[in-house]
Design a protein around this ligand. Structure first.
Ligand code: MSP
Length: 518
């Protein structure tokens, strides 16, 4: 049995449509899932939508639809967007599915049976944008930091999960398992939240039906529905087959949650303590990324500064946008998005560096080797250096992607592209081809470039799957991805056989120009 690799994205609220932030999370997960599949692992990649709660009910009211009709429509649009962007998730999870609702009820009942839920009166400041009561730390000048809106004072009798009873266990667990929550700054942030108390007491896990009917009924009190976060987090377990499917534990043990830093508290505190209270094991880990900003503000629906991935695709094709997101953001830190920066990067890295290497190699192969991979003559140090660069790239991509560092993985891959370009520049096969005595040297040079391009295409496949397929087709090995095992196959230097037919064609990455908003 191959090793399982299980990865989840957050499930997104359906009160709006995907923007750059959601797209980034899902594209990072897609890249990881594709890499681990190419590494021969048994991958399960889940994304989906969070369909209950006040925000969604309010959006449905505003649209004049029932919540179910509204969420059917919007969830369909999310699904269609991810399909249009060729994302490779194994399951699109919806919290309105019967399976999800049943699992949430099992979880609520377990925590209730464990004596971990209490009925109490509570007064606090609630932000509908965050779907939770805020603490001082969450506010600035009386406004929610994320949504820049004043929270509403609320007083209600509700069910509370005795979360604070699990804080010392959680702090210990995080201390003892430093790899569970990464990057380290976010682990420290959660430890600080626990240490300072920061108003984090017990967690209100119910909403009275008379105020909010759009949710999963609590199994032990039909006048209440489940708080949307309590409902949503369970999706991760349900996706692994919990509670009924045999073998769910094997998946769960290998499950990593990829999240944005805005939802660190629910994932770093609510979720592990809920699992602990229910007597369930923790997943393998949590990985936290930063935020895309535009003019230094977080992109969000309520602030209205959106970048629509479908518009990016229509304007420039999806690859430049995908490349920029994976390359520009240091995993864990914030980054700024600007269309002109994306175009500049794409033109430099994809059109110039990689695109040129590809087109000049294939043009010369057509011209000097009858459009087939040539038979090489003896090789020397220069060829050995390119070959070494490919081996280094394969190792580095593997290492960095396993740490979710897509930016470092791409940097390493482009060191190989640069090494191959330097090699051709130095060998100048277009000059050597004029001298019949140097015919063998030309064959060696083009053979080396073809092998390098094969390695580049294989290693590029998780990041830019469409471009990689085109490259492999034109290198005459269209099915290479079906049998490849990375990183080992990225290092092989004899897999592209002399005589394999190659095809020159249009530019792999056309140079882009900025398209202004209409
Ligand atoms: N429904 C909850 C998550 C429940 S998971 C059990 C939710 N949904 S959301 O629609 O608001 O999506 C939040 C996620 O979108 C973030 O965690 C992050 O993954 C992504 N992003 C939203 N805005 C973002 C940026 N500006 N930049 C990067 N990603 C951010 O919260």
């Amino acid at each position: 049995m191959s090793r399982p690799f299980v990865l989840t994205t957050p499930i997104y609220y359906v009160n709006g449509l995907p923007h750059i932030g959601h797209t980034y999370s899902t594209v990072v997960a897609d890249t990881l899932a594709r890499y681990h599949r190419l590494a021969g692992e048994d991958v399960y990649f889940q994304t989906g939508v969070d369909e209950h709660g006040e925000k969604v009910q309010a959006a449905a009211d505003a649209a004049g639809e029932t919540p179910q009709a509204y969420t059917d429509r919007i969830s369909g649009q999310w699904q269609a967007t991810w399909d249009a962007l060729n994302l490779s998730h194994d399951r699109f999870f919806r919290t309105t599915e019967a399976e999800s609702k049943a699992a949430v009820q099992v979880m609520a009942q377990r925590v209730w049976d464990a004596g971990q839920i209490e009925f109490r009166e509570y007064e606090g400041l609630y932000c509908v944008g965050c779907e939770r009561f805020l603490t001082d730390r969450d506010m600035e000048g009386g406004l929610c930091k994320d949504h820049e809106k004043a929270p509403e004072p609320r007083r209600e009798a509700n069910y509370f999960f005795k979360m604070s009873e699990h804080f010392s266990w959680l702090a210990e667990t995080l201390e003892e398992n430093p790899d569970f929550l990464q990057p380290t700054r976010y682990r420290n942030e959660v430890l600080a939240m626990i240490r300072e108390g920061s108003g984090l007491e017990d967690l209100c896990i119910s909403r009275p039906k008379e105020r909010l009917s759009w949710g999963v009924p609590l199994p032990f009190d039909e006048d209440y529905v489940c708080y949307v976060w309590f409902d949503a987090l369970v999706n991760y377990l349900t996706g692994c087959g919990w509670p009924n499917e045999p073998g769910w534990e094997e998946r769960w043990r290998e499950c990593t949650h990829l999240i944005g830093k805005d939802i660190l508290k629910p994932h770093g505190i609510y979720w592990p303590t809920m699992l602990h209270a229910a007597g369930l094991p923790l997943p393998k880990g949590i990985r936290v990324h930063g935020h895309w900003q535009i003019e230094d503000r977080k992109v969000s629906k309520s602030l209205g500064n959106l970048i629509d991935p479908l518009v990016m695709k229509e304007r420039y094709g999806f690859s430049p946008f995908r490349y920029f997101m994976l390359r520009e953001m240091s995993f864990g830190l914030d980054s700024s998005f600007a269309e002109d920066a994306m175009i500049e990067r794409t033109n430099a890295h994809l059109a110039n560096a990689l695109g040129n290497l590809f087109s000049r190699t294939l043009n010369m192969t057509a011209r000097y080797s009858d459009a087939t991979v040539p038979t090489p003559g003896p090789t020397g140090d220069e060829e050995a250096r390119v070959r070494q660069a490919a081996a280094d790239a394969a190792t580095a991509v593997d290492k960095h992607l396993r740490a979710f560092e897509t930016h470092l993985a791409l940097e390493a891959l482009f060191r190989l592209v640069d090494a191959a370009n330097r090699y051709v520049d130095h060998r100048e096969p277009w000059k050597a081809a004029k001298d019949p005595e140097r015919e063998e040297e030309v064959r060696t040079t083009l053979y080396t470039c073809c092998q390098a391009l094969r390695a580049i295409a294989l290693l590029l496949a998780p990041f830019l799957p469409d471009a990689a397929v085109t490259m492999l087709e034109r290198l005459g090995i269209p099915d290479a991805l079906d049998t490849v095992v990375l990183p080992a196959d990225g290092e092989r230097w004899d897999a592209l056989l002399p005589g394999t037919p190659t095809t020159k064609g249009d530019a792999l990455f056309p140079r882009l120009e900025l398209i202004e908003d209409a």
